[in-house]
Design a protein around this ligand. Structure first.
Ligand SMILES: Cc1cc2nc3c(=O)[nH]c(=O)nc-3n(C[C@H](O)[C@H](O)[C@H](O)COP(=O)(O)O)c2cc1C
Length: 387
């Protein structure tokens, strides 16, 4: 068993274990992947301020996200097709998150269904909703989320149309994978993944197959999803969805201060500064760069979280220092899941927690809730001067 000390270690095992099609699906951004890359590299521009001779006993990373206790200010982001990275992946990730004391978000485009995850876990999870044109299906989906006792609805706003990721087109991405000469050749080298997949019945889009009339196979499903994302989405529709749900709401995919103000006006519990991990508008600025302006614009009216590019506990601390009261991680836990299943997600969380706690202490703090901008050296042009 290799010694795993970083998220990068997990990524390398993940790359060896999981079919190329699903590795590429995860490890890509749209078009030139500029924003995907910036999300990561902009974190590295922020530097830390070393402090000494400060009592660092009794350290705590515990805090709250929308009133919920969390062992560190991190939630697992919704990731479509997680159950293709590892058999029953959503259930395994949700279990690892619950045991670690952080929230799990199930994607609309998951492989395990809402009911599957609810039956296999004790802690309430969050559900991520795409806004869809099929109102009847959308209403039934919201009812299923209520029936599963999900504790918050995460409404994703940055995917009315799909940003193009070249590799997915070239690989013919589907769930389950279609058996072409190329996929068979690749699958032949991924035995442990394949054996585990044969051991589960969950290999299609669990929230959709069987719940939408006229959908009997995944081929028609992909056509359905392309047609179903609501291109006519506007703030009024967001308000209607919030009313239908009636519980805690988190709006995901906000990258502009004006949009953040609109969201806060609706009375949401939290917004997530996000560019979908660089998978939608290529050329958009990184989430960490946009964070300070959005925190300022919202002015405490709702919680402001961020995601995109977090690959270490240091990144979580930097986001916290720039004003995010919470963060989400996507790829970092998927690497762990693909590498080692549930234990790999736990490992990813452990690695990040240790990095977070140690860095916080070396910056002179023992309670994450006391961390401010003071721990950072921020380049003068970090937010950029844009005309
Ligand atoms: C493979 C993959 C699938 C994703 N699927 C969804 C999804 O179904 N719904 C959603 O709101 N966001 C989705 N996202 C975006 C994530 O929720 C999150 O915003 C992003 O992964 C954060 O960036 P990071 O991966 O650098 O941490 C997906 C991201 C990835 C990498």
């Amino acid at each position: 068993m290799p010694v795993i000390t970083t998220i990068q270690d997990l990524k390398e095992i993940y790359k060896r274990r999981v079919p190329r099609m699903f590795y590429d699906y995860c490890e890509s951004g749209s078009w030139t992947e500029q924003t995907f890359g910036d999300n990561i590299s902009d974190f590295a521009k922020l530097r830390l301020r070393q402090r000494v001779a400060v009592d660092m006993t009794n350290r705590s990373t515990a805090s709250k996200m929308i009133g919920q206790d969390v062992s560190m200010p991190v939630a697992l982001a919704p990731v479509g097709m997680t159950g293709m990275q590892c058999a029953d992946g959503e259930i395994k990730a949700a279990r690892a998150a619950a045991a670690f004391g952080v929230p799990y978000t199930l994607s609309t485009m998951s492989i395990c269904s809402i009911e599957d995850v609810a039956a296999a876990t004790d802690a309430p999870f969050w559900f991520q909703l795409y806004t869809l044109t099929d109102e009847d299906y959308s209403d039934r989906l919201i009812q299923r989320v209520k029936d599963a006792n999900c504790s918050a609805l995460v409404i994703t706003l940055d995917l009315q149309i799909l940003g193009q990721r070249h590799k997915d087109l070239k690989n013919g991405l589907s769930a389950p994978p279609k058996l072409t000469a190329k996929t068979i050749a690749n699958l032949a080298t991924k035995w442990s993944w394949g054996l585990e997949m044969l051991g589960t019945k969950r290999r299609g889009f669990g929230n959709i197959v069987g719940h939408v009339s006229g959908i009997s196979d995944t081929t028609s499903l992909s056509a359905w999803t392309a047609e179903q994302f609501d291109q006519a989405l506007d703030w009024k529709k967001v308000e209607v969805l919030m009313k239908k749900w009636g519980g805690k709401v988190i709006l995901k995919g906000i990258l502009d201060p004006e949009d953040a103000k609109m969201a806060a006006k609706l009375g949401v519990d939290a917004i997530i500064v996000s560019n979908h991990g660089g998978r939608q508008l290529d050329g958009a600025l990184s989430s960490i760069r946009m964070l300070p302006k959005i925190v300022e614009a919202v002015n405490g009216k709702c919680e402001v979280w961020m995601d995109g590019g977090i690959r270490s506990g240091q990144d979580i601390l930097k986001a916290k220092a720039l004003g995010a009261t919470g963060t989400m991680i996507g790829r970092s836990y998927i690497y762990g899941l693909g590498a080692m299943g549930q234990a790999g997600v736990t490992k990813a969380l452990e690695v990040m927690h240790k990095e977070l706690e140690t860095t916080m202490a070396l910056c002179g703090h023992r309670d994450i809730n006391d961390v401010t901008r003071d721990i950072l050296y921020i380049p003068e042009d970090f937010e950029g001067r844009w005309a």
